[in-house]
Design a protein around this ligand. Sequence first.
Ligand code: ADP
Length: 471
Amino acid sequence: RGKWERMLRVLKELEEGCDTPVWRLKQVVDAVAVEMHAGLASEGGSKIRMLLTFVDNLPSGKEKGTYYALDLGGTYFRVMQVQLGGHRSSILAHEVERYPIPEHLLISRSEGLFDFIASVFKQFVERNKNGYECSLDKRRDLGFTFSFPVKQTTVSSGILMKWTKGFAIEDMVGREVAECLQEALIKKGINIRVAALVNDTVGTLALGHYHDADTVAAVVFGTGTNACYLERTDAIIKCQGLLTTSGCMVVNMEWGNFWSSHLPRTMYDVELDADSPNPNYQGFEKMISGMYLGEIVRRIILRMSLESDFFGTISSKLSTPFILRTPLMAALCEDNSPDLVEVARVLKDILEVPDVPLKVRKLLVDVCDVVTRRAARLAAAGIVGILKKIGRDGNGGIASGRRSRDDTKMRTVVAVEGSLYTNYLMFRDYLNEAVVEILGEEVAQHVTLKVMDDGSGIGAALVVASNSLRE
Ligand code: ADP
């Protein structure tokens, strides 16, 4: 009996530790908006870096031509070719191929990684030559999606500030990212110019805006999480005298590193952070994104197994970090079978703990639910934080001084990408529901979250195309 009660106590403590009532979410919203201001006010003014992207004109739909895109930033590396016909909503064709990145390349030297990328790209170009409709004498342009914090100097160049998401190629930090790719392409004899360097959120925003001009922000929930949005240049105080024709610039928030004392944190988060390669960084990301959710749950199950003998002797698998990947955790959470057969299967096959009683399996489903729900609701608070900063939250924003009655009626679209959101229905439902809860139904009517499939890559090609329209 005692051991069952200890298990229940673990769950109860978890529920309390992860609680996200709407009042707390609103504190997070405020904290996000405040940190955005601080990050715009001075370099290093906030844990959210609020990086300039030098993307000042978002695609309008008039873009034309054939472009390439490379997308690096998570589990897979993607290559694509995008044909634009010059009419909104008519991306004529796009070819996508994705490749897993050999794990040893994530922790080796930069040449290894970029040579790999260049050779994969070369093969792709050769395979897709037939689809090539432009004359061959024209130089090709490529958009490079590189989803790590980059200190950008122009739309096509920037320096890597820090790795995230398990990448750790030390000689790359501080180097020009586009140059590394350009050199690797030249070495392989590929005559293609790296004409834009963007991150996945900027790509997603570009694709969102291409389809719908009311798109003002983009968020990604995949291996990691991040957001960007369109800001007025005069609000970017840390960069006085920044002039763009549109009067705006896309700001890459790097919100994965957001932190606030209002975030509901548990001992599992603290321990996960301490054991990670980047302790004290990416705190928001570690509570929200696909790389970590399964790992949080593994730590809770391990704790439960230490509190009781329901799991038999502790398997070495259960003690292995990151063995429970988030899609498997999602499968546990979404197991609707009366006997929880999927839960039993994952416990047995992945964690090597067979014969866990049904009532304990039920408890584990609750654990997954708690972790998923917290992640999705915090993600929602992040989105509303952006809306608050730009005065689209129904309150005219903080210190905007521009409040007009119509601001609240303005249609606002947020582009969303990432498999955590697109493939994990419960995460998506919890997130969407929390956005409405925080904003209230009235305001939420004017806010739409739109999925942009392959936005990160296609968008990079669109940024190249829209810049070349202006050249
Ligand atoms: P990227 O690695 O470029 O961010 P994705 O957007 O595809 O690419 O995100 C991959 C992440 O999404 C994985 O780390 C995984 O944790 C998560 N994910 C993928 N499918 C699911 C799923 N069905 N349920 C929950 N999480 C998923």
